[in-house]
Design a protein around this ligand. Structure first.
Ligand SMILES: [Zn+2]
Ligand SMILES: [Zn+2]
Length: 302
């Protein structure tokens, strides 16, 4: 039998895009493996989603950023500051390590400036150690970015457009289990090559009607940075994960493509099962793969 410690647990905190949406917050994913807990991206509302699950904000002190669109890091500064408050829901007792592509120094500098007034108040009030309300930046390149206690995180360079270079997907390995998150990318051969043998592969997708794009040229600009449903189907067909999932659905107003048109596009290229991700889903990868929606009981140790 599989031991509980051998489970790779993935919690999809946020599965949305920049559009403010109560049901789909900005991209953020918690990875739990053994005694470790790290965050991939930290979009808007990350701390709210953690609180909904009863995960103390201070329980995460490492964040891996895929790229620098704000829907992937807007929640970081809330986690940075609120995370230090000495109460059970927060209580971080160390700085926040933030791993990112080149440019992550700006996140460190900017975060530390944003936090300065609150850091001063709470330090003067003897509430916190000022060092705990700081970001420490770690720049990474393609390849392994983290390897600790059997948990490996590998950055895979993807193609999110010419002005968003580099941008990364992440492959997460633990106890023989593999989880891959595309983050934001167009159809990409490098991702296909490095997403082989995945238990769970979560891929972004974007779609709009031709008439909508003709009427609102801005939608075409957004779509050019992402993968179409047919392309995502081709990615899944060439990687054959045990479970394929769609996330970060770029289906823009005012006339969004219906979800069944998206899934039909994927199905035109891929005959396996596809699950549409939603916020607060927990995926447990162990002897089998279990997807637990929010509200159906907690798992793991909180
Ligand atoms: Zn995005
Ligand atoms: Zn993006």
């Amino acid at each position: 039998m599989q031991q509980a410690d051998d489970i790779l647990r993935v919690i999809l905190l946020g599965t949305g895009i920049p559009n403010p949406d109560i049901n789909a917050f900005g991209t953020a994913t918690i990875i739990e493996a053994g005694s470790q807990r790290v965050l991939l991206d930290c979009g808007r509302g990350t701390v709210i989603r953690m609180a909904q699950l009863g995960i103390p904000l201070g329980a995460v002190d490492k964040v891996f950023l895929s790229h620098f669109h704000s829907d992937h890091y807007a929640g970081l500064f809330d986690l940075l500051m609120t995370g230090t408050i000495p109460q059970p829901y927060a209580n971080r007792k160390c700085p926040l390590d933030v791993f990112g592509p080149p440019g992550v120094e700006d996140i460190e500098e900017g975060g530390n400036i944003i936090a300065r007034p609150d850091r001063k108040i709470r330090t003067d009030d003897n509430e916190i150690d000022p060092d705990h309300m700081r970001i420490i930046a770690h720049e990474y390149a393609e390849g392994p970015v983290y390897d600790e206690g059997g948990l490996r995180i590998i950055a895979i360079e993807v193609d999110h457009g010419e002005f968003i270079k580099p941008a990364y997907a992440f492959r997460v390995e633990y106890a023989g289990h593999v989880f891959v998150h595309s983050h934001d990318t167009r159809y990409n051969e490098n991702l296909i090559a490095q997403a082989q043998n995945a238990d769970v592969f979560v891929h972004e997708v974007a779609a709009a009607r031709e008439e909508t794009m003709a009427q609102y040229p801005g939608i075409r600009v957004a779509l050019d940075h992402h993968a179409t449903p047919e392309e995502v189907g081709r990615v899944f067909a060439q990687t054959r994960p045990k479970l394929a999932m769609l996330t970060h659905l770029v289906l823009l107003p005012p006339d969004p493509m219906p979800i069944n048109a998206v899934t039909a596009g994927v199905a035109s290229e891929y005959d396996g099962m596809v699950l549409v991700a939603e916020d607060l889903m927990t995926i447990e990868i162990g002897a089998n793969i279990t997807v637990i929606p929010f509200g159906h009981g907690r798992s793991g140790s909180r």
